[in-house]
Design a protein around this ligand. Structure first.
Ligand SMILES: NC(=O)c1ccc[n+]([C@@H]2O[C@H](COP(=O)([O-])OP(=O)(O)OC[C@H]3O[C@@H](n4cnc5c(N)ncnc54)[C@H](OP(=O)(O)O)[C@@H]3O)[C@@H](O)[C@H]2O)c1
Length: 328
């Protein structure tokens, strides 16, 4: 059985497993989610049993349902052994201050997340996106307050322009507020735009990186074929996954499949291993929907790639960043 590995998150002293368990599938908001609390709890149990200590959820995942399921899963556990991450920003209600990063919404949602998670503190509290309508100093001051009062241990961010993230780091340094220690970008073999945006900032600032959609929503598992109609899998119901069916991406997948066959492993394992070989990456956030997916994904830790194989995997694409590509 694969032995879990651990790493420090960025330049913090916090130890996290080399794979983080994404909890977005635990809920019923979308047809492609698990929509099965018992199976979700079993999957979380198995992940913890395999040595994963790091869980990523968000207040908006099925409007609180994912956090509640995580809360049930950790209820009887030793809280000290777990690193629980959640997020704030998205719409939690159609009323003024029902979303965004105002001091009010951040503080209200931190309390609501603590309730749903059934815990006294959040290990990593992340801003899900940049809020164009709230000064970043206001958000930083609210996050700083949460750290000062012990409700949050570390603060992180997700998916924004490099200039915005750099500005946030500068503002926290100059005002002596808690600094973002972690960035959560979309990053996988077919979505490499962040190499031209936020990843160089993370590298030079010692910010931890925890990539989301590390298997491109399932595309990189090789479950889809170029000329076949999609009848099952997330792509059948999720346009974001289907949008990855481009000529360039099929060329990447062809290399993934060839290398997987040469090594006697699966395309998902090669794809996750590629991320694990990137020095800037701490812990990809895997989103298994079944225990079989989870076990297959965890085994990627045992797969090693040569420089030549990494070159082959990267050669079909030249990453470019734009707001449109990043979907922000
Ligand atoms: N910060 C953000 O804005 C943001 C955005 C998205 C996600 N996230 C985080 O990142 C986590 C992971 O994202 P993701 O769900 O998009 O990750 P992903 O790993 O790229 O895709 C997960 C999907 O791929 C399929 N899959 C996974 N492992 C498989 C395997 N071994 N074999 C076959 N199919 C497999 C499953 O879909 P099917 O079986 O249904 O095909 C699963 O639902 C989320 O849970 C969340 O915590 C954050």
């Amino acid at each position: 059985m694969t032995e879990m590995e651990y790493t420090k998150l960025g330049s913090t002293g916090l130890e996290v497993s080399r794979l983080c368990l994404g909890c977005m599938n635990f809920g019923s908001d979308q047809p492609w989610m698990m929509n099965d609390e018992e199976a979700s709890l079993e999957l979380i149990d198995r992940a913890l049993e395999m040595g994963i200590n790091f869980l990523d959820t968000a207040n908006v995942y099925s409007r609180g349902e994912s956090e509640e399921i995580v809360g049930k899963a950790i209820e009887e556990r030793n809280r000290d052994e777990l690193v629980v991450a959640t997020k704030v920003f998205g719409n939690m209600g159609d009323y003024p201050n029902g979303q965004g990063l105002s001091r009010k919404h951040v503080l209200d949602q931190a309390e609501a997340s603590l309730d749903r998670l059934g815990t006294d503190y959040i290990d990593l509290y992340q801003i899900h996106r940049w809020d164009e309508t709230t000064p970043i100093e206001e958000t930083l001051s609210a996050l700083d307050h949460l750290v000062e009062t012990g409700k949050v241990r570390y603060v992180g961010a997700s998916t924004m322009a490099a200039w915005q993230f750099t500005k946030a780091l500068y503002e926290s340094d100059s005002r002596d507020y808690e600094r973002f220690t972690c960035m959560q970008p979309e990053y996988n073999l077919v979505d490499r735009h962040e190499e031209q945006n936020v990843l160089p900032v993370c590298e030079s600032e010692g910010v931890g990186v925890i990539p989301w959609s590390p298997l491109a929503g399932g595309f990189l598992t090789g479950k889809y074929d170029r000329d076949e109609e999609v009848t099952e899998g997330r792509a059948a119901e999720d346009e974001h996954t289907e949008a990855r069916f481009t000529n360039e991406n099929w060329a990447v997948l062809a290399e993934v499949r060839a290398i997987a066959e040469e090594k006697g492993v699966t395309p998902a394992q090669v794809s996750l291993s590629w991320l694990l070989h990137k020095p800037v990456v701490d812990s990809p956030i895997v989103g298994p929907r079944t225990i079989d997916h989870l076990e297959e994904n965890v085994e990627s830790i045992d797969v090693s790639l040569t420089d030549e194989e990494i070159e082959r995997l990267e050669s079909p694409k030249s990453p470019v960043w734009s707001r449109e590509i990043a979907n922000i």
